[in-house]
Design a binder for this molecule. Structure first.
Ligand code: UDP
Length: 444
């Protein structure tokens, strides 16, 4: 029979889970081995399908690219397919995405035409997928773009997990209306996965909701081990400072990351009391970018820096990291995080905050605002320092100064930080959580 339409299948490599052995505590190591072996056994002859809307770019593609090779390495036939759609379909899903974040323009809403467009595209993709999927396969659908496939797969008796990678802590009316658009599809899934408890929608059957936080890949260029010599070389090549003490924030140029607040707190409360350098690093901003706010925020940061007294200005580096070579960019971030004495994330709001996990993994003491997913990662006083009010410059600055002056405390916090990430937020943790979820589904 001719195929309904081509679904792009993304090539994925195979990687051995044994490479994590030396990074894991004994209990997690054996949990990983058991879960993966159990899953390989139950899924023999069947496939775990991941379906999302893009093969490249964005956090979900990055997550899949880093996870699937390990399942394959453990003998599980896990695959990755990408849906196709017309520009009109992607216009609707973009609108949906924005509404789910509650940031729609006044009165913007999803119409019946939008629903028709959405259903037409998802029906085509479901038909194409059903050409490939066998009855005892499991399908993991990622994000709102794919939710429309759920009912058609369920009608054929396929087990379906729907995974949302986005969410807001306090949903308003706009967000709830976007949920209402998706609920007819999502309600039928066997399991619903969210990144944080607060992201799970009201009105979903609680017993089907699972929480799986994002994870970082310890072997990726962003996080892999680096010798001090390599750190120095990478920083020199990028013309970045290679001396300390260094306070670092890595973020997109976004007001919610509050680079202006970091600089102000540094000028008022850190620079007068510690001879430290502040590095604010973010992506190089092109004149043409898909995020029109970034150049503006960067411009404000630069001019704010220019107005500082000479001594303070000389202690601040606003670093634009080139994005054309993704690997080089990741290595530069890695080197900066390793070179820093204190890593800060003074966000006003935060989804998860991968930069926090990345710094903690490198054993760094973190000073961060107690917002969003940062609170899931840092235990105040144990694995970092949390500042309750993200606008409190004094507490923020004083926390930084106190860590700069106390290497022992910094080392203790950093040690505990790395342990936390090793137990909760690296690739194996995700493999275990998702593996268990699928095992539960298969056994019921
Ligand atoms: N990042 C990067 N280069 C930059 C700035 C940020 O690679 O110049 C990375 C950073 O290391 C992290 C991600 O972008 O992995 C940002 O994720 P996070 O969850 O911290 O914030 P988001 O940008 O998703 O709000």
């Amino acid at each position: 029979m001719a195929k309904t339409s081509p679904l792009e299948c993304v090539e994925v490599e195979t990687a051995p889970i044994s490479r994590f052995e030396r990074l894991l505590d004994e209990d997690i190591r054996s949990e990983l081995d058991q879960t993966m072996a159990g899953l390989a056994d139950l899924m023999r002859g069947h496939v775990i399908w991941n379906v999302n809307s893009t093969a490249r770019g964005g956090g979900v593609a990055e997550l899949l690219a880093s996870l699937i090779p390990y399942s394959r390495g453990a003998g599980i036939d896990e695959r990755w397919a990408v849906i196709e759609g017309t520009p009109e379909f992607f216009h609707v899903t973009k609108k949906l995405h924005v509404l789910l974040h509650g940031v729609a323009a006044d009165g913007e809403t999803l119409t019946e035409d939008d629903r028709r467009e959405y259903e037409a595209a998802t029906a085509k993709n479901a038909a194409a997928l059903l050409d490939e999927v066998r009855p005892d396969d499991v399908v993991i659908l990622h994000d709102p773009q794919t939710a429309g496939l759920i009912p058609r797969l369920r009608d054929r008796g396929i087990r379906v997990v729907w995974r949302s990678h986005i969410g807001v802590d306090t949903p308003g009316e706009v967000v709830r209306r976007a949920w209402a658009f998706l609920l007819p599809y999502v309600g039928g899934a066997d399991a619903l996965v969210f990144s944080r408890r607060t992201y799970a929608w009201d009105g979903l059957e609680r017993s089907r909701v699972e929480i799986i936080p994002p994870c970082i890949d310890p072997f990726a260029a962003k996080n892999r081990d680096m010798s001090e010599l390599e750190v120095s070389k990478v920083l020199e090549q990028a013309s970045l400072p290679n001396r300390g003490p260094m306070v670092l924030q890595v973020s997109r140029w976004d007001r919610l990351k509050d680079p202006a607040g970091v600089m102000e707190a540094f000028a008022r409360h850190v620079a007068p009391r510690a001879g430290a350098l502040l590095v604010l690093a973010g992506p190089a901003v092109m004149s043409v970018t898909d995020d029109p706010e970034q150049p503006q925020v960067l411009e404000e940061v630069m001019s704010q820096c220019g107005r500082m007294p000479d001594a303070v200005r000389e202690a601040i580096v606003v670093a634009q990291l080139p994005m054309d070579d993704v690997e080089r960019n990741a290595l530069t971030v890695n080197a900066l995080q390793r070179r820093a004495d204190v890593v800060v994330q003074k966000s006003i709001a935060e989804g998860f905050g991968l930069t926090v996990a990345e710094a903690m993994w490198k054993g760094k003491p973190v000073v961060a605002s107690r917002v969003g997913g940062i609170e899931d990662q840092v235990e105040h006083g144990k694995s970092g320092v949390l500042v309750d009010d993200p606008h409190d410059l004094r507490t923020f600055g004083e926390s930084v100064v106190s860590l700069l002056g106390d290497p022992e405390k910094s080392a203790d916090l950093g040690h505990e930080a790395r342990r936390t990430v090793a137990r909760k937020f690296i690739t194996p943790c995700h493999l275990i959580a998702q593996g268990r979820l699928i095992l539960d589904l298969l056994r019921t």
